[in-house]
Design a protein around this ligand. Structure first.
Ligand SMILES: [Zn+2]
Ligand SMILES: [Zn+2]
Length: 335
């Protein structure tokens, strides 16, 4: 546990077997207890790591009085239920995220059907459909589905000792994603909205909005204008230079748009066809379609779709349906 700024501690919680390595939780010191932001997976190893890091500072689970999750992806929300149960802390999140808990982690059949249908109409061939549909089902075992006591819509204030965090609704990576902004200390707890080197995944799926990349870029443009000296992200490490990093991410997405337009050129293609012709995993210098795992393939299709819909909203691409399958083509190259 490192004190990243006086009164705020960063806890790195392991994410065994995935390349991200760990998720960062943040512990904020209050007058009568601590605020915990994000929690890691529900897994013995992760829970033990959390306990150990708290023990080192003489903090017990009962000292946690508030838990806030930036979004309900398993790496940020998985352990929230268990920590809440043991600490009696309140659990808070955006109301949109609350709406996903049951369908994602408890009664999944309906969502799986919608996922399959979405992949099918976007050109995923029958022989790959089941594998891609089921690719994330395993993750549910890392979550104790627990409903929040408090929900946000953005604009609320969370008080904790010397800190007063403003809840910023930053849809994109997840429709109810939030960041916490502390204006007087110029600190931003950014969840998966902005990371120092990795570009957060923005995919279009049954539970996203119609144009999640458009939402994301708008959220990013709003956040980059804040007076921030220290960004505390959900993965990797804390960093300075919010504005510069936001601009890099905006540029990265425009590069991806241009790559898609080049793949399409004068033809029309399905999202799946386009995704198979792109390079992926740029953080390890890029790999081709065949090297991706089923989950990465699904994310690749959903990210490509998010780009296509962002360009469609901007008049750069259009779509049409042939034999029930959606195809895209270029309308104009410029932004
Ligand atoms: Zn996430
Ligand atoms: Zn994450």
């Amino acid at each position: 546990m490192i004190e990243v700024t006086p009164g705020i501690y960063q806890l790195q919680l392991p994410l065994p077997n995935i390349s991200l390595g760990y998720v960062n939780a943040y512990l904020v010191q209050g007058d009568n207890g601590y605020l915990l932001v994000d929690t890691g997976w529900d897994m013995r190893e992760v829970f033990d790591s959390l306990k150990e890091q708290l023990d080192e500072k003489g903090i017990s689970l009962e000292d946690i009085t508030q838990i806030v999750v930036t979004h309900v992806h398993p790496d940020h929300y998985g352990l929230a239920g268990k920590i809440k149960q043991l600490s009696h802390a309140t659990l808070a999140m955006h109301h949109i995220e609350k709406g996903f808990i049951k369908s994602r982690y408890a009664a999944m059949t309906g969502l799986l059907q919608q996922t399959e249908q979405g992949l099918h109409v976007n050109g995923v061939p029958p022989e790959e459909l089941t594998e891609l549909k089921l690719a994330s089902v395993e993750m549910a075992k890392f979550v104790v589905p627990t409903l929040p006591d408090i929900t946000f819509s953005g604009g609320e204030t969370i008080s904790c000792g010397a800190f007063s965090f403003q809840v910023l609704w930053t849809p994109g990576h997840s429709p109810g994603h939030i960041c916490l902004y502390e204006a007087s200390h110029k600190v931003l707890i950014s969840g998966d909205h902005i990371l120092p080197t990795i570009t957060p995944i923005i995919g279009l799926h049954p539970q996203s909005n119609h144009n999640p990349l458009g939402d994301y870029l708008n959220s990013l443009k709003r956040v980059k204008e804040l007076k921030v000296e220290l960004v505390l992200p959900g993965h990797e490490y804390s960093f300075t230079g919010l504005k510069k990093r936001a601009q890099q991410i905006i540029q990265h997405h425009e590069q991806r748009n241009l790559e898609i337009l080049r793949v399409l050129n004068t033809t029309s293609k399905t999202t799946y066809q386009i995704a198979t012709e792109m390079t992926w995993m740029s953080h390890i210098n890029g790999v081709g379609w065949q090297e991706l795992t089923p989950l990465d393939k699904r994310l690749a299709v959903l990210e490509t779709l998010a780009h296509l819909e962002e360009m469609r909203a901007a008049g750069r691409a259009s779509k049409f349906t042939r034999d029930d399958i959606i195809h895209y083509r270029v309308e104009k190259w410029e932004k």
